[in-house]
Write a protein that binds this ligand. Structure first.
Ligand SMILES: *[C@@H]1O[C@H](CO)[C@@H](O)[C@H](O)[C@H]1NC(C)=O
Ligand SMILES: *[C@@H]1O[C@H](CO)[C@@H](O)[C@H](O)[C@H]1NC(C)=O
Ligand SMILES: *[C@@H]1O[C@H](CO)[C@@H](O)[C@H](O)[C@H]1NC(C)=O
Ligand SMILES: *[C@@H]1O[C@H](CO)[C@@H](O)[C@H](O)[C@H]1NC(C)=O
Ligand SMILES: *[C@@H]1O[C@H](CO)[C@@H](O)[C@H](O)[C@H]1NC(C)=O
Ligand SMILES: *[C@@H]1O[C@H](CO)[C@@H](O)[C@H](O)[C@H]1NC(C)=O
Ligand SMILES: *[C@@H]1O[C@H](CO)[C@@H](O)[C@H](O)[C@H]1NC(C)=O
Ligand SMILES: *[C@@H]1O[C@H](CO)[C@@H](O)[C@H](O)[C@H]1NC(C)=O
Ligand SMILES: *[C@@H]1O[C@H](CO)[C@@H](O)[C@H](O)[C@H]1NC(C)=O
Ligand SMILES: *[C@@H]1O[C@H](CO)[C@@H](O)[C@H](O)[C@H]1NC(C)=O
Length: 750
């Protein structure tokens, strides 16, 4: 059932439906320029595509079935030996195949705030795609950004903050492409909910009605960073923007992406997203998965002049240039070589290499966020003699069947297997079938193993000679009174295809309260595919510690045990705001529609006031603020120095301010700190993230951190001038440990 809040939104949407916004046409489609990093790739691509016939050019732009399970395959050009491309789902790793690794999810990497680790994750994941013969890795995800905390795919992205998302998308893209695969940043744009994400049963997909300023300052921001990082492809989205479908939207593809951002790669359609032949003129370059009629019609359309051959040449050139950019002409395996159907006899292609192991484990450790640690409950001071483990999330699920595990194994809803359309189906908020290391569907993959919490604790117990009790099924379990510690494992699942029903569930909260009523040292661990509220029990005096464990990938249990026993330290910070109550988020739920309304409208009237931008502006105290996370040590911030350069009239990428600050480890142990920099820009949210650096410091050690801020970091989008402008006025720079713990600040005027 819909909550009253969603109904209210639906009514508001209808109120606005009288004057529907629409996207203006921007034609013709700009030709790829082949500048900068693209220079050599374009020269080679133009030379090859010059030799293609029209049919061969069209072949490059459309899908064909092939003898593999790649999500898509382009056509080939046998006459000239061009092998075609295999495109495949990503997220936690290579999907729907065996002998690959399952990395921490993007949300987990977002919680690490670690650029280097995110680059390494991108690199090693990319190497696995290459080993499997996947040319195009369908990631990273810069949208959904997380407008609604219920978004089913929010966990596929790094953070609701565009700056954090943009930085980590860029690191991922560079990593993927260094590994020799084409990255694909998605979904352009406003794909902020699963509800009505695609047209179905006569209902159009939701229209994300986004004003130009909000588009630039929030949703487009990480795409800009992605293009600057050299991303070779972009995926247009299922939803509509201003009532025009994403893959038909010439304003976005021709206007924003290819003109304003000078994007030289190719635009790829999200699988079966609405499109027409006109989409080619609107800037779409590749149709997936089966482009049969599109391909045939495109040839006809060139013949009758409704699409120019030069447009088709540009489409093919952009695609072939991406192939050259990532050196796939040199040593790339046969496309799809490792992507055979697992139920048929197949050759084993083991894509895993030993060098990825530490990156996966470090990544798993780094995305755990410690939010409560009363009287230094953690790390265990001496190895506990008796541990009691509770909750459905503590152990491996009963089935391991590639990524179907994450689609079917966890919830009680039989509809989970059909989450294609974005219908109004609902499923349990908690995945009670076992521990989760990923969310569901396209971004999930099959891990080689799952190091589960209970298994890892048992392993440790065997070594220490401690005693483990467990009861993973009872709602009100008995507790051995001699327990030194009780660990309660709960989760919050989310999946492509559905938005979540809420941010906490009564069964899991009840379980925590039941254990806490009997155990004075109760530690709660939440595996969470998104924001999961804790207010039903966080102030319970027996809940001594709480860990938001996100989605760690295959090394989950091992990472957790290292943290609990102090062999590793917590360094993660929340990449979103954890509120006290659902009502603190506005917008909260996905946009709805009134019964019989075939045209759902989603007005982004909140503008850039999403997550902490909204909490700060509306003076709402969250439970745990954006950027918050505890450590086993303490840090002090000092010596802020701000040097402001002269503003430029044209270059938004020049350095406008250099900021230095000192961070000192004032505690008793070595630890890592994420120093964060926020800026207050006139006529904008009270503060916005514009810098972060993670440093490791020994006890007593200090480090000077430098942030180089560009003019873009201080600018706002001027919708009249259609450019970034630096307003005159006072700007404040804040540096500290979280969005609400900012001991250093300095104001200057421009
Ligand atoms: C959507 O409509 C708004 C309001 O008219 C406008 O500011 C914005 O530029 C439009 N964006 C697109 C992509 O059409
Ligand atoms: C187009 O690609 C298909 C599938 O790879 C291939 O069979 C066909 O020969 C190609 N057509 C041309 C004209 O090269
Ligand atoms: C980056 O991470 C890798 C893998 O964890 C590590 O070996 C390397 O030293 C790190 N580099 C920097 C500059 O921190
Ligand atoms: C191509 O033409 C066929 C037959 O006219 C039509 O059914 C189909 O929708 C067209 N496809 C596109 C993508 O325009
Ligand atoms: C040109 O051909 C395409 C593809 O068959 C068709 O959709 C379109 O209506 C045609 N246009 C004209 C002007 O004949
Ligand atoms: C794999 O092969 C089986 C048996 O032929 C078939 O049922 C299944 O649809 C195939 N899977 C894919 C993804 O092609
Ligand atoms: C933490 O320490 C304080 C002061 O010693 C004490 O009052 C409180 O009960 C302790 N809390 C827990 C959960 O042990
Ligand atoms: C805390 O746990 C103890 C058992 O060790 C129990 O007696 C007490 O009632 C619990 N406190 C609360 C507030 O439930
Ligand atoms: C938020 O407040 C409502 C109304 O008081 C309450 O029913 C709900 O449980 C609260 N949510 C949490 C996470 O405590
Ligand atoms: C900037 O701050 C100074 C000092 O607080 C104040 O006098 C001045 O009015 C401010 N300027 C603007 C444009 O707000």
């Amino acid at each position: 059932m819909w909550s009253p809040g969603i109904l209210l939104l639906a009514l508001q949407a209808i109120g606005g439906a009288a004057e529907l916004a629409s996207s203006p046409e921007v034609l013709p489609s700009p030709k790829g320029s082949g500048k900068g990093i693209w220079k050599t790739a374009y020269a080679k691509a133009q030379k090859l595509v010059d030799e293609f016939t029209l049919e061969e050019k069209v072949n490059v732009t459309r899908g064909f079935t092939a003898d593999n399970v790649c999500a898509g395959n382009t056509g080939t050009v046998p006459r000239l030996g061009w092998p075609g491309l295999c495109l495949h789902d990503a997220g936690n790793g290579v999907r729907a195949t065996d002998l690959v690794n399952s990395y921490p999810s993007a949300l987990h990497s977002g919680a690490s705030w670690d650029k280097n680790l995110t680059y390494q994750r991108g690199l090693y994941m990319g190497k696995e795609f290459k080993a499997k013969g996947v040319n195009v890795l369908l990631g990273p995800n810069a949208g959904p950004l997380g407008r609604t905390p219920l978004g089913g795919r929010n966990w596929e992205g790094f953070s609701v903050d565009p700056y954090l998302s943009g930085q980590l998308c860029a690191e991922s893209i560079i990593g993927h492409q260094d590994a020799g695969v084409i990255a694909n940043v998605k979904h352009l744009i406003g794909n902020e909910q699963e509800t009505f994400r695609r047209p179905y049963f006569g209902v159009e997909a939701a229209s994300s009605n986004i004003d130009d300023k909000t588009l630039h300052e929030l949703y487009l921001w990480p795409f800009v960073d992605s293009v600057r990082a050299g991303v070779a492809s972009v995926m247009c989205s299922y939803n509509r923007i201003n009532n025009t479908y994403g893959c038909e939207n010439s304003k976005l593809m021709n206007g924003v992406l290819k003109s304003e951002l000078s994007f030289d790669g190719f635009v790829l359609l999200d699988w079966n997203a609405p499109h027409t032949l006109e989409s080619a003129n609107a800037g779409l370059d590749m149709v997936m998965p089966q482009g049969g009629s599109f391909g045939e019609n495109l040839t006809q359309a060139v013949a009758n002049g409704s699409v120019s051959e030069s447009r088709v040449t540009d489409m093919a050139t952009r695609i072939v240039a991406a192939w050259y950019l990532t050196d796939q002409d040199i040593d790339f395996p046969v496309p799809g070589i490792g992507m055979q159907n697992l139920t048929l006899p197949h050759k084993q292609v083991d894509a895993r290499i030993p060098e990825s192991r530490p990156v996966i484990l470090e990544g798993a450790i780094a995305g755990h966020v410690l939010v409560k640690n009363e009287n230094n409950t953690l790390p265990f001071r001496k190895n506990p003699k008796m541990l009691s483990v509770f909750g459905y999330d503590a152990t491996v699920p009963a089935t391991k069947n590639t990524d179907k595990l994450f689609e079917l194994g966890y919830t009680s809803s039989p509809a989970m297997g059909q989450a294609v359309l974005g219908t109004e189906e609902h499923f349990d908020q908690a995945a009670k079938g076992g521990t989760i290391v990923s969310g569901g569907r396209a971004a999930a993959n099959s891990p080689p193993y799952i190091s589960d919490p209970l298994g890892a604790l048992q392993h440790r117990a065997a070594k220490d000679g401690s005693w483990v009790n467990w009861d993973l099924t009872s709602f009100d379990p008995g507790v051995n009174a001699a327990s030194d510690v009780c660990l309660v494992f709960i989760n919050a699942i989310a999946t492509e295809g559905w938005d979540r029903d809420g941010l906490h569930d009564d069964f899991s909260d009840g379980l925590v309260l039941n254990v806490a009523s009997k155990c004075a040292n109760t530690i709660v661990i939440i595996h969470a595919a998104g924001i999961r509220l804790v207010d039903q029990w966080i102030e319970h005096p027996n809940v001594t510690a709480t860990i938001i464990a996100h989605l760690p990938g295959q090394d989950s249990g091992q990472a957790l045990v290292k943290l609990l026993y102090g062999e590793a330290s917590f360094s993660g910070k929340l990449p979103y705001t954890l509120a006290k109550n659902e009502t603190d988020y506005d917008p909260y739920g996905p946009c709805g529609r009134a019964p019989d309304d075939p045209n759902p409208q989603c007005d982004f009237t909140e503008g850039v006031y999403v997550d902490y931008r909204a909490f700060d502006a509306r003076k709402i105290t969250p439970r745990y603020e954006f950027g918050f996370g505890l450590s086993y040590t303490t840090f002090e911030y000092s010596s802020l120095a701000v040097k402001v350069e002269r503003a430029s009239t044209s270059d938004i990428w020049q350095t406008l301010a250099t900021v230095k600050a000192t961070v000192t480890n004032t505690g008793a142990v070595r630890g890592e700190e994420v120093a964060q920099l926020y800026v207050a820009i006139p006529n904008s949210p009270p503060k916005q993230l514009r810098g972060f650096e993670k440093v490791v410091l020994d006890k007593g050690e200090a480090a000077e951190i430098q942030f180089d801020l560009t003019q873009r970091d201080f600018s706002v989008w001027d919708v009249v001038q259609q450019q970034w402008v630096l307003q005159s006025g006072n700007y404040t720079i804040f540096v500290g440990a979280s969005s609400r713990d900012l001991p250093l600040s300095e104001t200057f005027d421009v």
